[in-house]
Design a protein around this ligand. Structure first.
Ligand code: GDP
Ligand code: MG
Length: 167
């Protein structure tokens, strides 16, 4: 199994921390050079189960604002549509307009998507997290939902397995 995976999310949700944790915990090579024309490879996680190329996707990392303004250009759109999978990263207990705009861009481009709810270490009380997620999922669709803490390195193996399963 092998594929291009975008970690997408608005600023500050923890994408960089998550990427480092996902790569670090695999102790794999981080490729410094671009290997596809449209995507910059941020890191490669290799295991017996396969290889995940985490890529930067123009338009997605810059965010959501662009999508919200419907000014996501054609190059950005086709770059998004070429990833095998997007992991939309959000913060626990928080779904903003930017998160929504990004979600809509992924839906529009028909990118298979997983939801990674990050910073779960901050929500001491799980009884707020579950209703938050239930509410979120009532009107939105993801192929799966993962609870992670990039900082505390929790839930990363499950997330990685979920990614690999879909490549
Ligand atoms: P990015 O802008 O999406 O790349 O977010 P960063 O990776 O730069 O993280 C933004 C901030 O959130 C930093 O201060 C991180 O230390 C913090 N952060 C990231 N992941 C977690 C987490 O799982 N738990 C907590 N408590 N903080 C986190
Ligand atoms: Mg970052």
């Amino acid at each position: 199994r092998c594929g291009l995976v975008a970690l997408a999310g608005r600023p500050n949700v923890g994408k960089s921390t998550l990427l480092n944790a996902l790569i670090g915990f695999r102790l794999s090579i981080v490729s410094p050079r671009p290997q596809t024309t449209r995507h910059r490879i941020l890191g490669i996680a290799t295991s017996e189960a396969g290889q995940i190329l985490y890529v930067d996707t123009p338009g997605l990392h810059r965010g959501a604002k662009r999508a919200m303004n419907r000014s996501l250009n054609r190059a950005a759109r086709s770059a998004i549509s070429e990833v095998d999978l997007a992991v939309q990263v959000i913060e626990a207990n928080r779904w903003t307009d930017e998160d929504q705009a990004l979600y809509e861009a992924l839906v529009e481009q028909k990118v298979p998507r997983l939801l990674a709810i990050n910073k779960v270490d901050l929500s001491k009380d799980k009884s707020t997290l579950l209703p938050f997620v239930a509410d979120l999922m009532e009107h939105r669709s993801f192929d799966d939902v993962y609870y992670v803490s990039a900082l505390k390195e929790k839930g990363l193996k499950d997330l990685e397995q979920g990614i690999l399963k879909r490549l």
